[in-house]
Design a binder for this molecule. Structure first.
Ligand SMILES: [Fe+2]
Ligand SMILES: [Fe+2]
Length: 137
């Protein structure tokens, strides 16, 4: 989970940097979630999840501002995808904690990891050529 691959690069230095940061924070959660020791890491996991949520919002806003600045035509659709993940995390955070928390967190972390990788490969990748063209003009 949360493993950076070169194929994720959109050739925009700042965005690649932010994507790597998302993977780094996500990786910290994945590590904790997979720990099989006798301690309860729930609070720690929720704290890093909040960090991931904040950084995700920061990154999404950064992309949206850039798309807006250069008049990218697929901004609206892209924004809807961003909103989906943000809401998903926020909904999880607002849920009541019960005895199934361990399983639910693993499921969520796996979901976020797959979602981010998929979003970069399918949706962010669509602006790769566009940004590389307009930013060099
Ligand atoms: Fe992105
Ligand atoms: Fe995006």
């Amino acid at each position: 989970m949360f493993e950076w691959k070169d194929e994720y690069s959109v050739d925009v230095t700042e965005i690649d940097k932010q994507h790597k940061e998302l993977f780094r924070i996500g990786g910290k959660i994945a590590e904790l979630v997979m720990l099989k020791d006798e301690y309860d890491h729930f609070d720690e996991i929720m704290a890093i999840l909040a960090e991931l949520r904040d950084y995700t919002i920061y990154h999404f806003q950064f992309e949206e501002k850039l798309m807006n600045k250069y008049g990218y035509s697929e901004l609206d659709h892209h924004k809807i995808e961003h909103l989906f993940l943000t809401k998903k995390i926020e909904k999880f955070e607002s849920q009541d904690i019960d005895e199934k928390q361990g399983e639910a967190i693993i499921e969520l972390v796996r979901f976020i990891s797959d979602w981010i990788a998929g979003h970069i490969l399918k949706t962010d990748m669509k602006y790769k050529e566009f940004f590389n063209r307009v930013m060099k003009e």
